[in-house]
Write a new protein. Structure first.
Length: 139
């Protein structure tokens, strides 16, 4: 369980206006679940956040909400809770090289920098041309 100050810092990062900060905290919580139920409502708020972010190895571009779903499921697993997480109409995270290829085919200028990848992702998002799935994480 987090101390009050750790909890406040974590919540502040999850609510940060900068999507990179929100994503960084989610990535940390995915790798190292907090096992603190007081965080779950704040993570659940991000299940509607379609802001793009970069994560993973190899690098992928996806939405904040994808990470939030993964974090909630990781929390459930760490707490040995047999609960599922479902995210409807979720954009499937795209590997950076695949996104670059899609952008080149569509005539969208991009390169392998995170900023360029995020910009290309946003263009495809606006056009509704990203792969969509129902993410179901089941114990």
């Amino acid at each position: 369980m987090y101390t009050d100050s750790e909890l406040a810092e974590t919540i502040a990062a999850l609510q940060d206006p900068n999507p990179s900060e929100r994503a960084a905290m989610l990535k940390a919580l995915w790798a190292w679940p907090a096992q603190d139920d007081r965080l779950l409502p704040h993570i659940r708020e991000l299940l509607d956040d379609t802001t793009p972010c970069v994560f993973g190895t190899p690098m992928r571009v996806g939405e904040i909400r994808w990470l939030a779903a993964q974090v909630i499921f990781a929390e459930f697993k760490a707490q040995k809770r047999k609960e599922s997480v479902r995210l409807d109409r979720a954009v499937v995270p795209i590997k950076s090289d695949e996104l670059i290829g899609l952008a080149q085919q569509a005539g969208i200028a991009t390169d392998s920098t995170p900023t360029a990848l995020l910009n290309a992702f946003v263009k495809f998002q606006e056009l509704g041309q990203l792969p969509i799935t129902t993410l179901e994480l089941v114990p």
